[in-house]
Design a protein around this ligand. Sequence first.
Ligand code: FSO
Ligand code: SF4
Length: 547
Amino acid sequence: MSMFCYQCQETALNKGCTRAGVCGKPADVANLQDLLLFVAKGVSFYNLKARENGIKNVQADSFPVESLFITLTNVNFDRDAIIKQIKAGLRIKDALQIQLKYAGVTIENAPEAATWTGNTDEELDAKAAEVGVLATENEDVRSLRQLITYGVKGMAAYYHHADILGVTDEEIVLFIQKALAATLDDSLSADKLVALVMETGKYGVNTLALLDKANTDTYGNPELSSVNIGVRQNPGILISGHDFKDLEELLVQTEGTGIDVYTHGEMLPAHYYPAFKKYDHFAGNYGNAWWKQAEEFEKFNGPILMTTNCIVPPKDSYKDRLFTTSVVGFEGVKHIADRDGNEAKDFRQIIEMAQKCAPPTELENGTIVGGFAHNQVLALADKVVDAVKTGAVKKFVVMAGCDGRMKSRQYYTDFAAGLPKDTIILTAGCAKYRYNKLELGDIGGIPRVLDAGQCNDSYSLAVIALKLKEVFGLEDINELPIVYNIAWYEQKAVLVLLALLSLGVKNIHLGPTLPGFLSPNVAKILVDTFGIGGISTVEEDIAAMIG
Ligand code: FSO
Ligand code: SF4
């Protein structure tokens, strides 16, 4: 075994990738990501001690968030970038130790993640091979530690987006560090770790609310929108990932250049925000979910900017047109540097390349509809409530989450198509691409697929559920005519799941497989406490969930 990673839904045999990632992550990069996490835990350990003693170190506050995001599935495959980040973390740890020493603070029994240090790439590689997931021997403790770690990875990603828009919350930053440091503590019982899992869900809700505020304060509330999925005749730039600030700066810099900007994958919901609608050259959405990018990027003909996950190892046919930025990285792919203070990122090289490229090849044409985040749905609340009261709508089915390349995900297309016509699908995240182009019709003017936005906008679905509970005067959110059939792929989905559990949502179906990182005992806790279940056949599941 040269590596071990089981953090995503596509992990080999639903047990673990051991030679290379199914995602394309090589073993040395996977191990270095483990080491980066190890160093981030060490930084967290010292930073929490520093905070207890009134010492504030700004770099130590932000390092774990950024490092966690780097290690998310399909974010950064660049060995050099990860080594650079590890070395930066070691320097931050040194600085914290010096600050603590000068403050007269003695620390006893510091864990190895805090005390270890290394210099050369060889030392880093050697240590990287020792500090992975399997270093925790007890499989239940390992499972709980990873559930917490993956939850805070998702939290860090969402927090990072809010932070970029200038909306911050120190409590979340410190919770992430507390959770990371707790995974080093061998004295914590399984019960304490379970409690920390639940606390992760609670902070997950806060983080999703924070990002919702950041997005809506900056760009307005998403509204009912029709998005072009065809192409125009100008050369284009394709932007993917989740970062709206990158999109905004790209739109400003491409204005009047004769270049159109298209979204891909999870960037589609940008079209629902009022602030982006004013750009005439914001042309539409090109293609589908992340896993189809190789074939779609090839046909796009112009440059492509990856702002976050999900990047897949690029084909040579478009690698020289691919750009990464922020936490994303891939060896041999050009990287756009971060902002210098308040200066915008410099996208000139992408724009200059686009000017020499052919317009995109058409993949499809027509429009799709979205923008049903909480504000828009609550504006239609009377219509929705009436539809439920008259029986025109029998059930809402939350099908949010992620898409992925496994053939078994055809289930979600068939499930959506097979649902009775008096049901409405609530969605968010890239899971939507499995059914957002089906002709499912509407119920009295309410489309049968209501897309709230990106995966973090699953928060909107929770807000809508809580509002309906209030309108119908119910005691418990689980009395609503809402069922949950969620598709997951990476660690943001883990956080969304924990957030829903902390809001009291029960009986969530999770697929296409339950996470491989849940040990049988930890899975049993989730099943017994929250009624979490997997999926079976479309027919059986529709019968069981809809009746
Ligand atoms: Fe999808 Fe990828 Fe948004 Fe994820 S593009 S899979 S949950 O990164 O973040 O929904
Ligand atoms: Fe395997 Fe997923 Fe980890 Fe990639 S992220 S190495 S596919 S478990």
